[in-house]
Ligand binder design. Structure first.
Ligand code: IPM
Ligand code: MG
Length: 363
């Protein structure tokens, strides 16, 4: 069997620790399944700025272009906060998304029953929540031109441009329908078509595509209303599909209501490439302390096994192993509550690896 090639970009802050943990779990999968994974590291973000002078060096991009999938930790930190927008670590992330044409960002928002008490919402409201935000990732106001700060009549004017072609909308909307077909067959499309022409086009494309998926129930929501409904009736959503900027905002909201930001993985998919990373950031305040929650990155590896390598059993085994350690009461400080077992990154990782075999046997 040929080895799957994975480009590993640890990045900044807690990035290196959590990626190390995820790699250990991947080795566990290798051991159980007999599949092999070949890892090669590259620099991104602040460390890349420090060592190579830019957030996404060409050699890192080349490495990713050769790989079957990319695993990323996190980028950014106070050290680089005063750099101009175009030179910040985050730029590396935006450039890699564009360069690999990763147009569909899948961000699951799932409530884990053992952690339900950590949600800021009432238990009865949030119980059973399990939806996925599909955020368009390579267009919109993030990349639209013209952009910049200009002078007009001696005064500064800031300009960004919201822009989508119908093809850009269509491919992510189709992804939304496809994912919905594999889940509970409900799609919520989010826009601001009462104000924005771009959103009017978005809604038209969704209406055109729904004809190809008659089994999927479609709901359109304005983004402001959707923000409200996510806290009022989170368990009613299945798949939410939306543009880049709305998706950025709604996916943070979705993540926090689960009470487990440190638990949520993500996948960024294109036709050819795919990148997997935790939803949370680089958490520079706890970097190097050995207390970061590795679960989001470990679950990102599960998504990689599922979406890039079609290793469903292996993906499920990791997800089940995570549930098992939560049921056993293991908690990193970010998800700790009284009566549980407080552990650091290493203990959490080891516990997941120990549960992996039990999980593997159960399928
Ligand atoms: C995210 C982040 C990024 C984004 C930043 C770091 C550029 O907020 O991945 O959601 O806005 O896309
Ligand atoms: Mg964001």
């Amino acid at each position: 069997m040929p080895a799957y090639k994975i480009a590993v970009l640890k990045g900044d802050g807690i990035g290196p620790e959590i990626v190390e943990s995820a790699i250990k779990v991947l080795k566990g999968v290798e051991h159980l399944s007999g599949h092999s994974f070949e890892l090669e590291e590259g620099l991104i973000g602040g460390v890349a700025i420090d060592q190579k002078g830019e957030p996404l060096p060409q050699e890192t991009l080349d490495l990713c272009l050769k790989a079957d999938a990319v695993l990323l930790g996190a980028v950014g930190g106070p050290k680089w906060d005063n750099l101009p927008t175009s030179k910040r670590p985050e730029r590396g992330l935006l450039e890699i998304r564009k360069a690999l044409d990763l147009y569909a960002n899948l961000r699951p928002a799932k409530v884990y029953e053992p952690l339900i008490g950590a949600s800021p919402l009432k238990e009865e409201v949030v119980r059973g929540t399990d939806f996925i935000v599909i955020r368009e990732l390579t267009g919109d106001v993030y990349y639209g031109e013209p952009r910049g700060i200009f002078l007009e009549g001696g005064k500064r004017i800031g300009i960004n441009t919201m822009r989508y072609t119908e093809d850009e909308i269509r491919r992510v909307v189709v992804k939304g329908f496809e994912v919905a077909m594999k889940r509970r067959k409900k799609l919520t499309s989010v826009d601001k078509s009462n104000v924005l022409e771009v959103s009017g086009l978005w809604r038209d494309v969704v209406e055109e595509e729904r004809k190809n998926y008659p089994e999927v129930e479609v709901e359109h929501l304005y983004v402001d209303n959707c923000a409200m409904q996510i806290v009022r009736r989170p368990s009613s959503f299945d798949v939410i599909v939306t543009g880049n900027i709305f998706g950025d905002i709604l996916s943070d909201e979705a993540a926090v209501i689960t009470g487990s930001l440190g638990m949520l993985p993500s996948a960024s998919l294109g036709e050819r490439y795919a990148l997997y990373e935790p939803i949370h950031g680089s958490a520079p305040d706890i970097a190097g302390k050995g207390i970061a929650n590795p679960i989001a990155t470990i679950l990102s590896v599960a998504m990689m096994l599922r979406y890039s390598f079609h290793l469903e059993k292996e993906a499920k085994a990791i997800e089940r192993a995570v549930e098992l350690v939560l049921e056993k009461g293991y908690r990193t400080p970010d998800i700790y509550s009284e009566g549980c077992l407080k552990v650091g990154t290493k203990e959490m990782t080891d516990a997941i690896i120990s549960s992996l075999e039990e999980a593997w046997q159960s399928f």
